[in-house]
Design a protein around this ligand. Structure first.
Ligand code: BEZ
Ligand code: FE
Length: 257
């Protein structure tokens, strides 16, 4: 276990809560063994983070990690990020394989959250699902970098990325986490969104998502990721999303409490 992880404090909360649950529900040995087998299956299937996602814990921890940092709200990274996406011009396109979805432009300005000054040279790394709800690393018929790219913000902080409108999609639900969702009567859908990772020298990196207004599952995201301030409308073919980055010092001070 890494140093600095509050194992004792966490155990002091989790263990009594688990023991209370076992006592209150009068759990049997068969039920305990079934739970242990399921949890082992979650780990063996590489679904531990997905479990944290659908339990709403990833969102909570992300919020807590960035609380008080200032600037645009953060959001979970998700499993589909691939580092090193190709650079595109500004304006530029991330459509690398034909997609008959609606053409849209994701655009906005990157600014300093404290002063409002434009951040010339900020890097906007974008990735999202296609018009059928699939990421490039799930769809062997499209190129590796389809709907992924990095762009450098212009002198006025503007960025402009031509793409296609993403569709809502399901998280992985053919394994043990899917069985949990089914048992709980829950669906596996996420609303349509675009992921962004925005960085600039001297500023805290931002990982976030912009959600497309008036689309399914906005009020019922299976990972509970939606925040009202991250919902934007498509108007005149543009999904406008301005981004404010917190100066590194302010973000570090907030994290230190
Ligand atoms: C995503 O937004 O890509 C995502 C986040 C958590 C779980 C699955 C997918
Ligand atoms: Fe996603």
């Amino acid at each position: 276990m890494n140093e600095g992880v509050r194992v004792e404090a966490a155990a002091a909360r989790i263990v009594p809560a688990l023991r209370d649950m076992v006592r209150d529900l009068d759990l049997t040995t068969d039920e305990l063994m079934a739970f242990v087998a399921w949890l082992g299956d979650v780990a063996a299937s590489g679904e531990l983070v997905l479990l944290s996602d659908v339990l709403g814990i990833s969102r909570m921890v992300d919020d807590q990690t960035h609380a008080g940092a200032g600037g645009t709200a953060s959001n979970v990274l998700g499993p589909f990020y691939v580092a090193g996406a190709p650079w595109i011009g500004n304006p530029g396109s991330i459509v690398r394989t034909e997609d008959d979805g609606d053409a849209i432009t994701v655009r906005g300005c990157v600014t300093d959250a404290a002063t409002g000054a434009p951040l010339d040279g900020a890097i906007v790394d974008v990735w999202h699902a296609n018009s059928a709800g699939a990421y490039s690393n799930e769809d062997s018929t499209v190129g590796r970098w389809h709907l992924r790219g990095r762009q450098i913000a212009a002198a006025d902080g503007s960025y402009s990325i031509d793409t296609v409108r993403p569709l809502h999609y399901t998280v992985k639900h053919d394994g043990p986490v899917g069985r949990l969702l089914e048992t709980l009567g829950r669906h596996p859908w996420r609303p349509a969104h675009v992921h962004l990772m925005v960085t600039a020298a001297g500023y805290a990196p931002l990982v976030t998502q912009v959600y497309v207004a008036n689309t399914p599952y906005l009020d019922d995201d299976t990972i509970g990721g939606v925040k009202p301030e991250l919902v934007a409308s498509v108007a005149d073919g543009s999904l406008r999303f301005d981004i404010a980055l917190a100066p590194e010092k302010a973000a570090l001070a907030a994290a230190a409490g």
